[in-house]
Write a protein that binds this ligand. Structure first.
Ligand code: ATP
Length: 307
């Protein structure tokens, strides 16, 4: 069921731990979004998964096999683009892909054609790379990663350098690769909105630690609604909430603002009870916590507990 599993994966550079005890699980056939600020350790983890960097400790299992320095079979079933894609600048896009196929020993008839078509670069296949924009190079990097029809695709910040239309196209391509071709994707980004729109599972990483691994389905199903009450007398309002309405799940946010997280209580009931008890209401309304807030809260909590 899991195509990638890591157990307590750890990496130290010059005695400094940049990846700490990461145990992640990527399901076969899903898009796994790797979310975290710059420097969190995403690239280092991806490099360990593709054997570019050797773990200091811990274990990696891909396609059910433990990854070792001689796991050529495993690596041959993967495609990746990690950090900025490098090409032979004087050669054309097509020539670069031909060289890659040669190197990989992959000689499928229409592979180059199809890969260029998929990333929308067919019309510039004879231009040399030196004339390519950053976004075009990024697309070509994706083409190179998918050309051998890998079962697992690892892409580090693949949306960097693309314009909004390009982002939309590439996101659509990822969905096609995953849902139609059955490829499992691990995609990193530091931008939540990008990950949110395509991932089936999100792994959040901060300061080298995997803070959470959660399915989008579960996230969407979670109760993130709350009622926001602004009053001139928050202290007394809290007493009313507890004593008259038996509500304990609330928090004073600013001097006059209370957030009530308790579910199953209506705004009307709160308003009525407040008024009956002489509490003046400045405003009351329903709010929804965004995923952004949810993740920020998780990261802040982790940072305050890990010191
Ligand atoms: N070869 C190296 N030698 C020393 N330190 C390194 C090396 N590679 C990475 N690091 C450090 O490891 C930490 C994690 O870097 P990493 O590139 O994995 O993060 P990231 O989450 O991918 O961020 P970004 O998106 O900026 O690449 C950083 O503090 C970085 O400076």
């Amino acid at each position: 069921m899991y195509i990638v599993k890591t157990r307590n994966l750890t990496k130290c550079f010059q005695g400094q731990e940049v990846v700490s005890n990461v145990s992640m699980n990527i399901k076969k056939g899903e898009i796994y979004g790797f979310l975290g600020p710059n420097g969190a350790g995403k690239t280092t983890i991806m490099k360990m998964l593709t054997n570019l960097v050797k773990p200091t400790s811990g274990e990696i299992e891909i396609f059910g096999q433990v990854l070792t320095s001689s796991s050529y079979d495993v690596l041959g079933r993967m495609g990746s683009m990690i950090e900025y894609p490098i090409f032979y600048e004087k050669l054309t896009a097509r020539e670069n892909l031909e060289l890659h196929c040669e190197y990989m020993g992959y000689h499928h008839h229409h592979a180059i054609e199809e890969a260029l078509d998929m990333v929308n670069l067919k019309h510039v296949d004879n231009k040399s790379i030196s004339q390519f924009s950053l976004g075009m190079k990024q697309r070509l990097g994706i083409a190179r990663a998918i050309i051998t029809r890998p079962e697992l695709l690892i892409l580090d910040e693949p949306i960097n350098g693309l314009d909004p239309i390009g982002i939309k196209e590439i996101r659509h391509l990822f969905l096609v690769l995953c849902k139609e071709y059955g490829i499992t994707l691990l995609v990193s980004s530091h931008i939540l909105a990008e990950i949110e729109q395509m991932a089936d599972t999100i792994g959040v990483i901060s300061k080298g630690r995997l803070i959470t691994e959660v399915s989008m389905e579960k996230l969407k199903g979670e109760n993130t609604e709350y009622i926001e009450l602004v009053t001139t007398n928050p202290t007394q309002a809290c007493v009313v909430l507890e004593d008259k309405l038996q509500i304990t799940n609330f928090k004073i946010i600013q001097q006059r603002m209370i957030r009530i997280y308790e579910q199953g209580i209506s705004q009307t009931d709160i308003s009525k009870t407040m008024i009956l008890n002489g509490i003046e209401i400045e405003s009351i309304n329903k709010q929804v916590t965004s995923l952004e807030e949810y993740f920020l809260a998780l990261i802040n909590k982790e940072e305050s507990t890990s010191g």
